[in-house]
Write a protein that binds this ligand. Structure first.
Ligand code: GAP
Length: 478
């Protein structure tokens, strides 16, 4: 038997395969939020939370494949931010901090949305989103559009969730669930500076849950009240802040391109003065063309010296950099901040595709292999033990699972199993068939092209290692 450098030995196989003379009808797929929600539900990525009790608005639980996809997003972010760099260290600070932190940071007074109530329909709306909000009465109108609407003046509503610490329920025990992870980083600035022996420019990266009492959550997990933030505070000499701001916009944009988001679906938008957060000197958003339109994927802010100065004033602890020559200054901060949920929706929207193969519709997720929840499926063509395929298939599965997240699937006919793997975005399937029993080769099927090749069983592990390292660009969509 001869084989190429990738171990491919031919395309022989004894069962109907998709790749030979396939009729594939590719039409432009309209990707809607409904289609994404439905696939997530059908394949166990995401469930509405507390469903057996009627749910809780805009709250979701993540199932098996959702957890695996989140895990990939998290670890690829950490890899780019910490593992592959010398200048950034990791941190995991508490969710509930001393409430003085939020006074100093300006969140107690400044982390607000302007809200108006309608005395007629009794609903509450964000003043800056009246044009897109729906009035409570039928036929649905935008609030304020008809003379019947009786809107109050706007009032500021704080987005932080309050809680109590300890047994006493009085003002002294009030605390907040963090609305961002950044403050946990600023209050540890001195610890890290001393112990990690860093000097600007250097960064501190943190991933963790954040909580916001959003008044108009929605669009699936795009805007939720509980989400997982990935933030990195990059401390720089003040006169280098602009340079590093531009650097991080470009670096983060390239990260999204590297992991398969289409260039045409991404853009950078600079905030106008009126939309910047209370701490920001300049902010640019990386926006993605979600099914709901262009919206913020990641924000990259120049926070100036706002936070370190505020915490220095409020805590009495000097948060500054003192150089070996005695020079001292308060570093400025560049902050790329993104939630796992926003990346999750962007990846699914980008990867979702439909095409007609042999007159049957195929739905698939063309995910970057590094992001795909399952890297490969191992499928015995016939799942009866007596057919002799289960044993080599289990053996291959046991070997591969030690190195990669792979799935053994013996339920249903082979076409159904392929379709199931397509829908969860598994890039490759290895099928053990009767030819395997004759010559020790397996079929590898490619999710995107549907091409099939044969590999020697003993070369599968190396083939998969190699395939996962290959550069990947998003294939054209149907
Ligand atoms: N520390 C800066 C900060 O928190 P932000 O623009 O308010 O800035 C950062 O939030 C990122 O968090 C956003 O770019 C977005 O990716 C994500 N995000 C914000 N609110 C969210 C929500 N309610 N649900 C999901 N993700 C959210």
């Amino acid at each position: 038997m001869t084989c190429s450098s990738t171990g491919v030995v031919g395309t022989r196989g004894a069962y109907p395969r998709e790749a030979d003379n396939l009729s594939v009808v590719a039409e432009t797929t309209e990707v809607t939020m409904d289609k994404i929600v439905s696939l997530c539900r059908r394949r166990g990525f995401v469930f509405p939370s507390s469903e057996i009790y009627g749910g809780l608005g805009s709250t979701y639980d993540f199932g098996h494949y959702g957890v695996l996809l989140r895990d990939n997003i998290r670890s690829l972010w950490l890899r780019a931010m910490v593992r592959e760099r010398d200048d950034i260290v990791a941190l995991d600070s508490a969710v509930i901090l001393n409430p003085k932190v939020w006074e100093a940071s300006g969140h107690v007074t400044g982390f607000t949305d302007p809200l108006v109530d309608c005395r007629t329909c009794k609903l509450r709306f964000r003043e800056d989103q009246l044009a897109s909000a729906q009035c409570g009465r039928k036929p649905s109108k935008h609030p304020g559009e008809t003379p019947d609407c009786d809107l109050t003046e706007a009032r500021l509503f704080n987005l932080m969730f309050q809680t109590q610490v300890g047994a006493l329920e009085d003002a002294s025990s009030a605390a907040y669930l963090r609305p961002e992870t950044a403050q946990g980083i600023f209050i540890n600035f001195k610890n890290v500076l001393q112990l990690a022996r860093r000097k600007p420019p250097f960064g501190i990266a943190q991933i963790g849950k954040a909580f916001r009492n959003e008044i108009t959550p929605g669009n699936f997990v795009f805007r939720v009240r509980e989400f997982e933030l990935m933030e990195m505070e990059y401390f720089v000499p003040p006169d280098e802040a602009d340079k590093w701001h531009r650097y991080w916009i470009e670096t983060r944009l390239n990260w999204f391109l590297k992991y398969g988001l289409r260039e045409s679906m991404l853009r950078v938008r600079e905030h106008g003065e009126d939309e910047r957060s209370h701490y920001s000197t300049a902010t640019s958003d990386i926006e993605y063309l979600y099914p709901i339109g262009w919206s913020e994927l990641e924000g990259i802010a120049n926070r100036g010296d706002y936070d370190l100065t505020q915490h220095t004033e409020h805590s009495g602890t000097k948060l500054e950099y003192v150089g070996e020559g005695g020079e001292r200054y308060t570093p400025w901060v560049i902050e790329p901040a993104v939630s796992i949920e926003r990346i999750f929706v962007a990846l699914l929207a980008d990867a979702y595709d439909e095409e007609v193969v042999e007159e049957r519709q195929r739905t698939l997720l063309r995910l970057h292999p590094a992001m795909a929840p399952v890297k490969a499926a191992i499928l015995p063509l016939i799942s009866k033990e007596s057919a002799g395929m289960v044993e080599p298939a289990r053996k291959l599965y046991e070997e591969l699972r030690r190195h990669h997240l792979v799935e053994y699937d013996d339920g249903g006919n082979i076409g159904r199993r392929y379709r199931r793997q397509d829908e969860i975005g598994t890039p490759w399937a290895f099928t053990i068939d009767d030819v395997t029993l004759e010559d020790g080769t397996v079929t590898v099927r490619d999710r995107d092209t549907l091409a099939q090749e044969r590999l020697p069983l003993e070369g599968v592990r190396a083939w998969l290692d190699d395939a996962l390292e290959r550069p990947w660009t998003p294939p054209p969509k149907g």
